[in-house]
Design a protein around this ligand. Structure first.
Ligand code: EPU
Length: 452
């Protein structure tokens, strides 16, 4: 297992281009199952979750390979498997994205029910409720979700309907993706009420429309889909990753740095830049003809001001940047309040940040962050993807050495994070624990003999 070794205290500066979005790419990849024609995605990041989704598509009879230019080319054969087994879905919850597309194209699907994960229970009841509203028969067997479209005149096909996707925490991003994709091939019109408004949903709607679907209203809570009988292939560029952009901007801010981000989806980051601004970080647009692919500069320096923040569905502050913001606020000049409204248990970073000298007090879904003058390096444990990113940020600012274990969590969502931060002046290197342990072993043994 790999570990990051970080020597903190270096100011980051320089220019980076934001990579394609993981959370946009995953449902876009699943949309390849909606057609027998070739779908090409540009700008898909090189990440563990993406490789897992490629594997899942291959199990489902869909070719999914990088071509010579690094684009991801996919083609789904007719009559292939409709079974997404536990082995793969358990490695990546986004495997649930194949449910809607498989059901819509093949009339049935069997997808292993994703379990909970480090950030909470993660139910899928809204996905199932949405597909049931389109006429699907939904059941559970041996831990698998079974769905079957209604049969009329010998054909299994979903039928359009009004679908309400609101749950106790608001809407659902992947649930909206599933229902939208399924409705694209349904008979008649579907209206999704309380749809997720995240930019990743807009990207999926744009891809579906490029494939011949008729989707309007994506990005608002009310999405209308007029079903068509077939979808075609397309070539599509994935939107830049707002969470990677926010994480890199926070890395610059926590080190008092100066970062220029190209291909930066500023339009999707307004709640985040608003909070950065309130903390005293300057955000300037250098080039913004396309606000989803702007060039923006993040300049910090001087004391960070404390703030209040509540995570919310888009366009509110994203839960996927909560841990990174908390790392930043540990060094603010006063008390901040963070409330997590999407995943109320998403606080695995709290105990680890405390090991580095942060003053954090959690009451239910709220954490009071009392800013300290300095963090001190320590060995810390990565737990989930974004919590781990928060620990890396804290390590960049801490005095001394921080080791972040279990870097595979970070590799799920950040492409070559150590190289990218290194190019900005950070001292961060990846070591293979087993190699390090093997190297240390003779020393330990020798020391043992000497003592004996
Ligand atoms: N929810 C339900 N029922 C459902 C689905 C969701 O009650 O059927 C609840 C969840 O428990 C949660 C809230 O609704 O409280 C929102 O969950 P959502 O379904 O929107 O999450 P998701 O679609 O499974 C995506 C991202 C997450 C991101 C969330 C929220 C992907 C692959 N994942 O998950 O990203 O945190 O939306 O924005 O797109 C990450 O990248 O680190 C990550 C976890």
């Amino acid at each position: 297992m790999d570990t990051f070794v970080i020597e903190g205290g270096r100011r980051l500066s320089g220019t980076l281009a934001v990579n394609g979005s993981k959370n946009a790419a995953l449902p876009l990849m699943a949309a390849a199952l909606l057609t027998r024609e070739r779908l090409v995605l540009r700008g898909v990041p090189l990440l563990a979750d993406i490789r897992n989704m490629q594997k899942l598509l291959q199990v489902l009879g869909c070719r999914a390979e990088r071509d010579g230019d690094g684009d991801l080319a996919m083609q789904s054969a007719d009559g292939a498997s409709v079974y997404a087994p536990y082995d793969i879905v358990r490695t990546m919850r986004a495997g649930i994205c194949v449910l809607g597309p498989l059901l819509a194209r093949f009339g049935e699907a069997r997808v292993s029910m994703p379990g909970g994960c480090a950030i909470g229970d993660r139910p899928v009841d809204l996905h199932l409720r949405g597909l049931a509203a389109l006429g699907a028969d939904v059941s559970l067997e041996g831990g698998d979700i079974l769905v079957r479209a209604p049969r009329t005149r010998g054909v299994h096909r979903l039928r359009g309907a009004r679908v309400f996707l609101g749950g106790p925490m608001g809407s659902t991003v992947l649930g909206t993706a599933n229902v939208m994709s399924a409705a694209a091939l349904a008979r008649g019109e579907t209206l999704i009420e309380c749809a997720a408004c995240e930019p990743e949903i807009v990207d999926l709607a744009n891809l579906l429309n490029a494939m011949g679907a008729r989707v309007t209203g994506a990005g608002s809570p009310r999405v209308l889909i007029e079903g068509v009988s077939e979808l075609a292939g397309a070539t599509h560029r994935v939107i830049p990753d707002r969470i990677e952009a926010g994480t890199l901007a926070a890395a610059a801010a926590i080190t008092g740095g100066d970062l220029v981000l190209e291909n930066c989806p500023l339009d999707a980051l307004m709640a985040f830049t608003d909070r950065l601004h309130a903390m005293g970080v300057r955000v300037t647009t250098l080039e913004g003809a396309d606000p989803m692919r702007a060039t923006a500069r993040f300049t910090a320096g001087g004391a960070l001001r404390p703030i209040e923040v509540t995570t919310q569905p888009h366009p509110g502050f994203p839960t996927d940047l909560q841990a990174q913001l908390m790392a930043l606020l540990t060094l603010a000049d006063g008390n901040s309040v963070i409330t997590e409204k999407i995943f109320p248990e998403r606080f695995l970073h709290v105990a680890e940040l405390s090991r580095m000298g942060a003053h954090l007090f959690r009451v239910g879904p709220t954490v009071i962050v009392s800013g300290v003058r300095r963090l001190v390096g320590a060995p810390v444990m990565a737990s989930d993807l974004r919590a781990s990113a928060g620990l890396v940020l804290a390590g960049l600012a801490a005095e001394g050495t921080t080791t972040v274990n279990r870097v595979y969590h970070i590799d799920r969502g950040y492409e070559a994070l150590e190289d990218r931060l290194g190019s900005l002046g950070a001292s961060i290197r990846r070591v293979d624990d087993r190699v390090e342990e093997a190297a240390l072993l003779p020393v330990v043994v020798a020391a043992g003999r000497a003592v004996a």
